[in-house]
Design a protein around this ligand. Sequence first.
Ligand code: ADP
Ligand code: MG
Length: 397
Amino acid sequence: MNIHEYQAKALLRSYGAPVSDGRAVTRAEEAKTAAGELDGPLWVVKAQIHAGGRGKGHFKEADAGEKGGVRLAKSVEEAETEARKMLGRTLVTHQTGPEGKMVNRIYIEDGSDIETEMYLALLVDRASSRISIVSSTEGGMDIEEVAASTPERILSFSIDPAAGYQPYHGRRVAFSLGLKGQQVKQMVALLGNLYRAFIERDMEMLEINPLIVTDKGDLKVLDAKVGFDDNALYRQHDVAALRDETEEDAKELQASKYDLNYIALDGEIGCMVNGAGLAMATMDIIKLKGAEPANFLDVGGGATKEKVTEAFKIITSDKNVKGILVNIFGGIMRCDVIAEGVVAAVKEVGLQVPLVVRLEGTNVEKGKEIINTSGLDVIAADDLSDAAEKIVKAVKG
Ligand code: ADP
Ligand code: MG
C-alpha cells in the first residue's frame, strides 16, 4: 500500500526527520489560508498523487498551464492560483502511464533554498533478505536513469537484522555523499530514525528523492515516497487508515476486498487461473502465442463459487479484455466449483467476448459437464498450449 507525500512527511516528522512545514488542501480556496500559515517568502505547491516524477510531468488540460506538478510561488495569492490550476486536472508523469492521474489534493509547503540534492532510500532487498540502504549524490533527477547509465554513482549495502542500525552505517552514507561536520551527525541520526520507522511501520520501501543540504548547511527531507507491506496492515491500523482508495486501480481494489490476487496489465486476454505459478505460466504462454495478458489473477486454492464469480466480473469489467482464458488445475480447488462460478458470473454479467476454458484435475468431469450443459458459448481446450492457441486465435483471428 502506498501513501501520499504529505502523509509520508507527517509520519517521518513524528520519527524526528527534518521536514518542512506544510498543509494539504483539497480546494483552491483553502490554499491561500494554508499558505498564509506558513513562513514564506517562498512556497512550493505540490500535486498529491501516488506517482513520482511530478516535477517533470505535464498536465493533460491546457488550462493547467505549462508547468508540471511541483510549482514555486512567491506569494500566497500565487500559491492559490497554482493550486487552482492543478486541482481537478490530470497529471501525466513517467510513472502514471499516458492516462495520467487526477489531482484531488495539493500540498503547500515552505520553500527551501537548495544547495545540493541527494538520493536516499531504504528497501527490502529480497536477494539478501535484509533491509538495504541505497544512496547517491545524483538526487533530484531520474534515479532509474542514473542506475542504468552510471551505476557506480549509487551506493548500496544491507543491514544485519540481528545487530540492526549502527551509527557507522550512517557515517558510511554521509561520507559517500561528501557530507561534512554537522551534516554527518545529522545523517547518522536521520538514518537511525528512518530505519526505526521502516521496521516499526512494516514498510516495504522508503524513498527520499531529493534529500537536500539547505543553504544553511542542514539536511532536509524534500520528497518522500513510502510503501507498506500489505500483509502487515492488519497490525498497522494507523497506516491502514491512510489508504486513499481513489488512487488505486478500481479493479485491484475490488479484488483485494475478495482476497483475490489480481494485478491489472495492459494486454487483451483476461486470465483466470489458480495458483501463482500457473498464472505466470499462463501469461507466458499467451505471450508466446502472440498476444498479451490483460491481468494476472490467482483465485487461490480455496476459492468459493462467490469468489470465482467476483473474479470473472472483475475481468469482464476491463474494457481492454477481448477474450478470456480460464485455466484451472484442480488440486485443492475443485473444477466443478470453478465451473459453477464461471456459469453464475456469465449469467449475471453476460459474455461479450470469446471464452476458452481448460480444466484439469480434481472433479474435472463434473466441471466439464457443468460447462457443457450450461448452454454457454464456451470453447473447450485440452491442455495449456491448446487453450492459449485457441483464445489467441479467437481474439486475433
Ligand atoms: P517529484 O519527485 O514527484 O518530481 P519532488 O517533491 O521531488 O517531486 O519535487 C521535484 C523537485 O522540486 C525537487 O527535486 C526539488 O528541486 C523541488 N522541490 C520540491 N519541494 C521543494 C521545496 N519544499 N522547496 C524547494 N524546492 C522543492
Ligand atoms: Mg522526488
